[in-house]
Design a protein around this ligand. Sequence first.
Ligand code: NDP
Ligand code: HEM
Length: 486
Amino acid sequence: MTLQEPGPLTTEAGAPVADNQNSETAGAGGPVLVQDQSLLEKLAHFNRERIPERVVHARGAGAYGTFTLTADVSRWTRARFLSEVGKRTETFLRFSTVAGNLGSADAVRDPRGFALKFYTEDGNYDLVGNNTPVFFIKDAVKFPDFIHTQKRDPYTGSQEADNVWDFWGLSPESTHQVTWLFGDRGIPASYRHLNGYGSHTYQWNNEAGEVFWVKYHFKTDQGIRNLTTEEALQVSGMDPDSHQRDLREAIERGDFPSWTVQVQIMPAADAAAYRFNPFDLTKVWPHADYPPVEIGTLELNRNPENIFAEVEQSIFSPAHFVPGIGPSPDKMLQGRLFAYGDAHRYRVGVNGDHLPVNRPHAAEARTYGRDGALYDGRHGRARNYEPNSFGGPAETGRPLWQPLPVTGATGASQAPVHAEDDDFTQAGDLYRMLSEQEKARLIANLAGFIAKVSRTAIAERAVANFRRADPDYGKRLEAAVQALRG
Ligand code: NDP
Ligand code: HEM
């Protein structure tokens, strides 16, 4: 009998419940009895319905889909899900905003998360990216401070312009990402109308052990569509769930959104002499240097049945690699390799990997990890240690990725080592690429926010970064901020 069919209501232990409208009392109108266990269980279960929301990217929506490989990439990677043209791999994609809490509006100016799980035959491969190819900072040690400035101020309880612009002004490496965010693409019209990017540089390695550095791009087949600041204010007020609803309804009506998947590929030998650090997350690889190569399509075609089970409890980790794919020395990525698993064990629990949305679908998790909260006994009586003399899972002897040669002494370092490791050239490139109308909207969006800061020095420092990206950019922004501040 399914829960959609008529039948007796029961307690969590399956016993029939006689009355779900009136609690049991001592006499008519008297106090409630402790022996009404169905009442107590109901209240207690309700109190425990929430798990901690994600510390970032709390607000999101997800869908299952299919990745289809359309090009032979075996000369660059031995990943088996990338091994045969036409091969299809099940996926789950969760979109999100970054700064807002779980119940916040969708149509806001914020990067969008683009977290993609490939259920491959070698285990799950997670690509946890955004809808922007770059990021605000380039070292994980700055991430908690950065997010504190985006989230609610400890005293006012709101996001504060002072905190945001103080941090960005003092972190000039944010200039490229901030230019992107306050441009037209900063408020996508929906989750279907944005590009996804792996953002970091990752390692691919082939059967021969050769290494390539790659960047992933997911170009929306629906076309880029954005909201203006004014449109977004309307939409987020009238329809806070606009992105979530749009995605679910499109899939329900069979209008499956899709993305063309591309990679930029850099032979390992190019990295040291490239004009800037190719592992710097505040920079793109210009297409002229490394043209995107089309490798596949991603289609979303199935809605989750239960948002809490499949979206809220879904977990994605940049550390989930499969043979043929690995990390790069990007300092942000290296920090993320720790942060996500740690967050999952806190937020969902040590057995969260084994929930239906998270466990491998095309492979089996064969570990000696055991027990812990909500362990389901899946290993039965199998030995729980290794090596052993009774058979069972054994190491393969082959790492997923190739080792990286390193030199030099240990120690905190930020010294530029490439000719163009500056923070401003690419922000200026992006500004100069925009049409006159796009520039005008960018300036207005930035000025409207910068003008809200309480100290002139914070506004001036912020504007100075944009001036260094492009003198015209700085001049126009300064005038716009002054006009608003009077
Ligand atoms: P290219 O001309 O080769 O690439 C330009 C890229 O910019 C295209 O991918 C385009 O995406 C994207 N773009 C177009 N309009 C906007 C906008 N308003 N906001 C954000 N992105 C936009 O130039 P380069 O590779 O030399 O890059 C120049 C600048 O383009 C960079 O500084 C970077 O900010 C931005 N960019 C670069 C990307 C890259 O991987 N090289 C990726 C995305 C942005 P589309 O084709 O979808 O319209
Ligand atoms: C979510 C940390 C940078 C994309 C999260 C979460 C943490 C985190 C703790 C919540 C995870 C969870 O509870 O399940 C960090 C740290 C970063 C960093 C420490 C920098 C060092 C980035 C970057 C990107 C990114 C650069 C994109 C390129 C995402 C996405 C999610 C997320 C998409 C949501 C995943 C989901 O849908 O469940 N991040 N993050 N993060 N992060 Fe990051």
